[in-house]
Write a protein that binds this ligand. Structure first.
Ligand code: BV8
Ligand code: ZN
Length: 274
């Protein structure tokens, strides 16, 4: 059966749910000015994901990879949360949520690394950043692995000003490794604290437990092309739960969803969770 676009029917399902998860992707931050990966103007249209978002790509040229992530840090530093972030933050505050969905739990599992949220982490304990964080600077030394949450702009002098190059699709391979970000503990080369392709996402045990318990999964602004995040909605349905997709365009597997709300999530989500 084709997914329903009936918001009242969705809200009946929402009010009858008890353990709700949301899986978010780049579309959640699009309205904040952060480019998505695969859409028009998407990052992977200009850059080859495999050469920049893998351990092998970093080993081959930490200079190129750092220019790419420095650019994304600078974009994220200028971005502000949008109405979709606001709707999710309000819904994550149990005092508000339990007025419409009594005795419920809610966890936002985001694939995004931009760190955009509207409430301080303490008030939003149920946010899982499964692909790490742009602003984590992580030591590459296996014995150290010290990770510092660092929003310094630029993250190191040598990268200053390279964002213009990156903006226009050119990277300068020549930045000397000794001038790239270093671990503030042991001085070894540091890397962006994100999960690259081929690496294991963060908080997997916690996520698996949440998915197994969920009776409703919201899928927000993601092409649902990257595993394991793309399989959570299917798993929730397999165990009898419901799935609601919020996307600007059609996305992988959305014809199996129970609900499909096409349009900018900064509009559709506020209405649906209102
Ligand atoms: C893993 C962080 C094992 C870094 C990211 C072959 C070789 C090696 C691996 C694999 C392989 N085949 C498959 C794999 C697994 C691989 C994978 O899935 N590859 C895909 C490409 C085939 N996955 C992995 O490697 C993962 N690790 O599998 O480990 C394992 C697993 C479990 C347990 C144990 C071991 C790790 C993947 C993490 C990669 N890191 N990001 C960085 O950011 O640089 S992935 C990156 O792409 C994002 O983080 C995001 O997660 C992902 C998907 O992108 P989206 O968020 O969906 O964005 P996209 O642009 O695609 O779509 C945007 C959507 O928004 C669109 O639908 C658009 O319509 C919509 N939209 C736009 N505007 C709006 C909107 N919607 C609503 N409103 C709007 N306004
Ligand atoms: Zn170190």
């Amino acid at each position: 059966m084709a997914p329903s676009g009936n918001i009242l029917a969705f809200q009946d399902t929402l009010h009858a749910s008890r353990n709700i998860i949301a899986v978010a992707g780049a579309g959640l931050s699009a309205a904040s000015g952060i480019p998505t990966f695969r859409g028009a103007g998407g990052i992977w249209r200009k850059y080859d994901a495999i050469s920049l978002a893998t351990p092998e790509g970093f080993a081959k040229s930490p200079s190129l990879v750092w220019q790419f992530y420095h650019y994304r840090r600078e974009v994220a530093l200028r971005a502000v949360p949008n109405k979709a972030h606001l709707a999710l933050s309000a819904f994550s505050l149990s005092s508000l949520r339990n007025q419409i969905v009594p005795h419920s739990t809610f966890t936002l599992i985001t694939q995004n690394v931009d760190g955009l949220k509207t409430v301080a982490a303490s008030e939003q304990p149920d946010l899982i950043e499964m692909h790490g964080r742009l602003f984590d600077v992580q030591c590459t030394n296996k014995k150290c692995q010290y990770t510092l949450f660092d929003t310094t702009s630029p993250v190191c002098e040598a990268l200053s000003g390279t964002e213009e190059l990156v903006e226009h699709g050119t990277l300068d391979p020549e930045i000397d490794q000794s001038t790239l970000p270093r671990c503030s503990k042991c001085g070894d080369l540091a890397r962006p604290g994100v999960v690259w392709f081929g690496e294991i996402p963060r908080h997997m045990k916690e996520i698996d437990k949440l998915v197994q318990k969920a009776d409703l999964c919201l899928v927000i602004g993601t092409s649902s092309t990257v595993q394991p995040a793309a399989s959570y909605a299917y798993e929730v349905q397999e165990q009898g739960g419901k799935v609601a997709v919020f996307n600007l365009e059609r996305s992988e597997g959305d014809e199996e969803a129970d609900y499909l709300f096409m349009g900018p999530c900064e509009e559709t989500l506020s209405k649906a969770l209102g």
